[in-house]
Design a binder for this molecule. Structure first.
Ligand code: SAM
Length: 466
């Protein structure tokens, strides 16, 4: 069992060096009991600051010279907060020697902070962000219908409250209540901590467990049936399967990714979801030739590139905050890569719409990337998506208000950013040569926002051209 603690400590080290998202690091670790490892790593991260304080005040590392901080954290977590140390001998025996002192330090800490429960020691962000987030389940319309899934959950004892009329309602679900989302009609919303990983509908690909923010890019891109679409950074494929559902498995999705392991996971996910209209390639999107005849009919591109992941709630970034300088460098490198990717997407000759998204909170990876792309490419403009969505892009350039941000506190989702770029019509381009930068133009909104009977309805909104 020593392998569990050593593996968990190694993963904490890698997460601190920002070598990947905690979830992917765990899943790629090949450890036999992934669930146990994931729980240990996440809980240790949640209690990271507390553990550090207890370990320092108990002088554990001074007495046990071979013990390093991350290994100490996972061991002390299991000893004090978990179900007790597993295995026998080795570090278990060492830690048992210090058990009484560590427990006394924990008790002292609780007295100092005037709390009685371990949970109350957690900083508000570690406690509330997680507790705020509802569980989202996207109905896979390739396999079933929203009505059938609602009936299924009702039969399982859940109470259906209808369609949410505002985002706020999503944050007030408790027990076995559930709603249909107020923006994405195929998204069902359950109370936080609802777990469907063992549910038949999840295992059979009838529902996809996907955060609401992450379901916005495909929903907003909204390619019509039969279109040719590129998913530029596709693995593990949540957005690809959403695109396939919107396309009703017609047309074509060219899905690219650099990471072979993630592509393998994607294969399984797409098979389970019944996706058949895709072509997967282990290829750098930047090397995909826009003028290749194969892509001449590509009209829609979803670009969800690698990012810092600073918006993901379960990544518990406070653990890595001490690496501020490398973080700045890394942000710059990421932003440079994202700018290249977005410019490349806009260079496909027939492309009409490109959705750009990240799970980052950093302006450098979000508004700045979009602003750069629009400055380089005058033939695209931003679409003012979901006008009723109050959390907009940071006001760093004149069109930023057209973009969306998402966050646990404001939208009950992970932190996220989405921008939809659309090719200007020829007439529009000409008009702009002689007009000011702010125009009122007709834009097509996804049918879910329009009257139920019309697939695409023209709405007049204020558009900012760049
Ligand atoms: C945020 S993840 C994509 C998540 C995916 N869209 C989903 O919803 O399941 C970013 C992905 O971009 C891939 N990637 C990074 N650089 C790439 C490149 N130059 N070309 C293609 N894929 C790339 C990474 O391997 C990673 O899988």
């Amino acid at each position: 069992m020593a392998g569990l603690y050593q593996t968990a400590a190694g993963l904490l080290e890698r997460a601190q060096r920002r070598q990947g998202a905690v979830k992917s690091l765990v899943y790629n670790s090949k450890y036999a009991n992934i669930k146990q490892l994931y729980a240990l790593v996440c809980e240790t991260l949640r209690y990271s600051d507390i553990l550090q304080e207890i370990i320092s005040s108990s002088k554990l590392l001074k007495e046990e010279k071979k013990l390093k901080m991350n290994l100490a954290k996972v061991l002390v977590y299991d000893l004090l907060f978990g179900k007790g140390l597993k295995g026998s001998g080795g570090w278990k025996a060492t830690l048992q020697k210090h058990h009484a002192r560590l427990q006394a330090e924990l008790a002292r800490l609780k007295i100092r902070r005037k709390v009685s429960r371990n949970e109350d020691l957690l900083a508000p962000v570690a406690k509330t962000a997680e507790a705020l987030l509802p569980r989202y389940a996207r109905v896979n319309t390739l396999k079933t219908s929203t009505d059938d899934v609602i009936d299924y959950f009702k039969r399982q004892g859940y109470t259906y409250l209808g369609q949410a009329s505002s985002v706020q309602e999503l944050g007030h679900l408790s027990g076995k209540q559930f709603l249909t989302d107020c923006h994405v009609p195929e998204l069902l919303v359950f109370s936080p901590r609802t777990d469907f990983h063992k549910d038949f509908l999840y295992r059979s690909g009838h529902i996809i467990l996907q955060d609401k923010a992450s379901s916005l890019p495909a929903f907003l891109l909204d390619p019509p049936s039969g279109s040719h679409v590129i998913d530029a950074c596709a693995a593990p494929g949540n957005k690809t399967s959403h695109l396939a559902a919107i396309l009703k498995n017609t047309g074509k999705i060219f899905a690219f990714d650099l990471d072979t392991k993630r592509l393998a996971t994607m294969s399984t996910l797409l098979l389970r979801a019944g996706v058949t209209c895709h072509e997967m390639a282990n290829q750098d999107f930047l090397q995909v030739e826009p003028c290749d005849p194969k892509y001449m009919n590509v009209t829609h591109i979803l670009l969800d590139p690698s990012c810092s992941g600073s918006g993901i709630v379960d990544r518990l970034n406070h653990l890595t905050n001490d690496e501020k300088s490398s973080c700045e460098e890394r942000l710059q490198a990421l932003a440079g890569f994202q700018q290249k990717m977005l410019s490349h997407a806009l260079s496909f000759p027939a492309v009409q719409r490109v959705v750009y998204s990240t799970c980052s909170l950093h302006q450098q990876e979000n508004e700045a990337v979009v602003k750069d792309a629009l400055e380089r490419n005058g033939t695209f403009r931003l679409v003012n998506v979901l006008p009723s969505w109050t959390h907009r892009g940071l006001d760093t350039f004149s069109g930023a208000v057209c973009t969306l941000r998402a966050s646990p506190a404001e939208t009950f989702t992970n932190g996220f950013f989405v921008a939809l770029l659309e090719r200007k019509s020829e007439g529009e381009e000409c008009r702009e040569t002689f007009s000011t930068s702010c125009n009122s133009v007709e834009v097509e909104l996804p049918y879910k926002l329009a009257a139920p009977s019309t697939k695409h309805k023209k709405r007049k909104v204020n558009m900012v051209s760049h």
